[in-house]
Design a protein around this ligand. Sequence first.
Ligand SMILES: [Zn+2]
Length: 121
Amino acid sequence: MKLNKQQREQLKQKYGGRCAYCGNLLPDRWHADHVEPIVRNWTNGTCERPENNRIDNFNPSCSSCNIVKNSLSLEGFRQLIGGFIKSLNRDSTQYKFAKRYGLVSEVPTEVTFFFETYGNP
Ligand SMILES: [Zn+2]
């Protein structure tokens, strides 16, 4: 569904003008993410799960979170981000050097999305 201007503004303010996932302030250009994906078929314009195209299934998202989340569920997105450490340690020489020299350190924690703690002290 295409949100009208008022719906879009309400969605933007859902978490205080911040991305539901990373918590960064939303810039002028941001995305309305389907929390449970609709799985677009870009070749013919259809979607596999049209039942998820509901206003209560939207989260405001910065473009990078929305692009990385793509057609993943919330838990799939969480697992993907959690796996970034593994691929950095495997593939990134710069990351491994920065870690070796104490410039970065890893913490054993679960990925928590901004909206999951929004409004909680
Ligand atoms: Zn974000």
